[in-house]
Design a protein around this ligand. Sequence first.
Ligand SMILES: [Zn+2]
Length: 253
Amino acid sequence: MSQHVTDAVVLNSIDFGESDKILTFYTLAFGKIKGIAKGAKRSKKRFGINLEPFSLVRLHFFEKKEDSLVRVSACDLINAFQGIRDDLFKIAHGSYMIEVVEKMAPERERHPELFRLLTDFLGILEERGMNEDLLRVFEIRLLDDLGFRPHLSDCVTCHRPFARSIDIRFSPEKGGVVCRGCARALLQTMPVSMGTIKTLEMALKIDPLKVPRLVFNRDARDESKNILRGFIRFHIGKELKSLEFIEKIKDIK
Ligand SMILES: [Zn+2]
């Protein structure tokens, strides 16, 4: 039996049986892990908001070789991101961010840069809210951190460089841009212009705190949404529930 301590963001929390909770965390030191908190449902005093989605905590857990779930022994709150919980729009966007991480990140694969991306963006969401450009930056950085950086420099299949936007398509299956010739052999491709490629390359480099300075033009906004969502959908195999929630509340404002 080994004991561990690491910082973690709660991605998901569900009641289990009479008194327990099953949790999914994204941790700094271990990547995504699933655990059980015995008695957590009854003992609100001991765990409280610490085991609710969005919370950044210092997680203490131990594991037994024969169990697939780790045992949560303590969970100290670092930041509840209360400003997200108080606002329906922030809840919707925060739910999307944690759902993408939960669905995309493999269990027990350590990506400290993804942990930092998630905590940085929860902070940005709490303080300033979210917009489409920022979401694209989050999505492309998440893909990069998990080893799925989209190939944007030339055709991912034949490596022909591009001269005109009309020659370029994006292929979720190939994980990058393809020329028109190579696109013909692929099932699903999407239009993408040279301007959008440049914006995405910038989104990979920019400091997220300076993102308001990166303003996507309308084409780049539509195309990058289309290709990044398509790329994520390709990897997950379905549409995310939290996206429907964002669409539903869009018009309430
Ligand atoms: Zn090609």
